[in-house]
Design a binder for this molecule. Structure first.
Ligand SMILES: CC(C)(COP(=O)(O)OP(=O)(O)OC[C@H]1O[C@@H](n2cnc3c(N)ncnc32)[C@H](O)[C@@H]1OP(=O)(O)O)[C@@H](O)C(=O)NCCC(=O)NCCS
Length: 217
């Protein structure tokens, strides 16, 4: 019995992962609990409905960046990334303050921001920030950009992150992105343009390389 539920979980997870929505441990335990009779499927569907209704409400709070947001966005980007300038791959420079994006506010404070650029039916996420983690903000912002990109004839979404950013590396892969390129020592080039970029990154991991992920949308 145990073996068969684990294989069902693997199958469900496989199809959900293809949609960029892998099952969380909480979801897997929910299925196990139903199998063991600790709860009922109706009860769990009710809980999921509530969770997704909350996520729907959050999706409604995501707004396209407008001119009047710019000042706050510039301050936010400076705080999060040291500057509005983002250097990707082998020295491609973007000024995020001039790029399109979506923003989430809590009262007057930005709690989520994503910027992107669409060129030749490809969408590139240039930055992504969530100030209240593990509540669905990051996922909501990525979904919003993917939806917008699809509506603008894009078939591919791309994002670059750094080797120290273990959370982002896991986050994007769990949402259906896969690794397509590794830019070894790309941060040496970045430091020529942004000398303040530290040698050590998150969790004190040496900050050396950039990883590029893509997904078909
Ligand atoms: C990477 C980053 C954007 C993720 O943002 P986030 O808001 O924490 O993302 P989410 O909340 O959507 O998802 C994170 C986890 O919370 C869980 N979660 C989402 N909604 C939830 C909810 N309502 N209740 C409980 N958990 C939830 C998700 O399952 C997810 O876990 P998983 O990745 O293991 O599946 C954020 O960590 C961040 O801003 N990092 C710093 C900047 C950065 O590195 N940007 C990316 C490089 S460009």
């Amino acid at each position: 019995m145990k073996k068969s539920i684990e294989s069902t979980i693997r199958k469900i997870n496989g199809s959900m992962a293809l949609e960029g929505m892998s099952l969380t441990e909480e979801d897997k335990n929910r299925i196990r609990d139903i199998d063991e009779g600790k709860t009922t499927i109706e009860l769990e569907i009710g809980k999921l409905n509530k969770k997704y209704m909350k996520n729907d409400a959050m999706m409604d709070t995501i707004k396209k960046i407008k001119d009047e947001d710019k000042k706050k966005i510039i301050d936010f980007l400076r705080m999060e990334w040291g500057s509005t300038i983002m250097v990707l791959r082998e020295g491609e420079v973007f000024d995020l303050k001039d790029e399109d994006g979506f923003v989430i506010y809590d009262k007057d404070n930005i709690i989520g921001l994503i910027t992107y650029r669409i060129t030749n039916n490809r969408c590139e996420i240039l930055s992504l920030d969530s100030k209240i983690e593990n509540k669905g903000i990051g996922t909501g912002l990525v979904e919003k950009v993917k939806e917008h990109a699809k509506n603008n004839q894009c078939s591919l979404c791309r994002v670059v992150t750094t080797n120290d950013n273990l959370k982002a590396i896991g986050f994007f892969q769990k949402r259906g992105f896969h690794l397509v390129n590794l830019y070894v020592k790309a941060m040496d080039t970045v430091r020529k343009i942004k000398p303040d970029v530290p040698k050590k990154g998150m969790d004190n991991i040496p900050l050396n390389d950039e990883l590029e992920f893509e997904m078909n949308i």
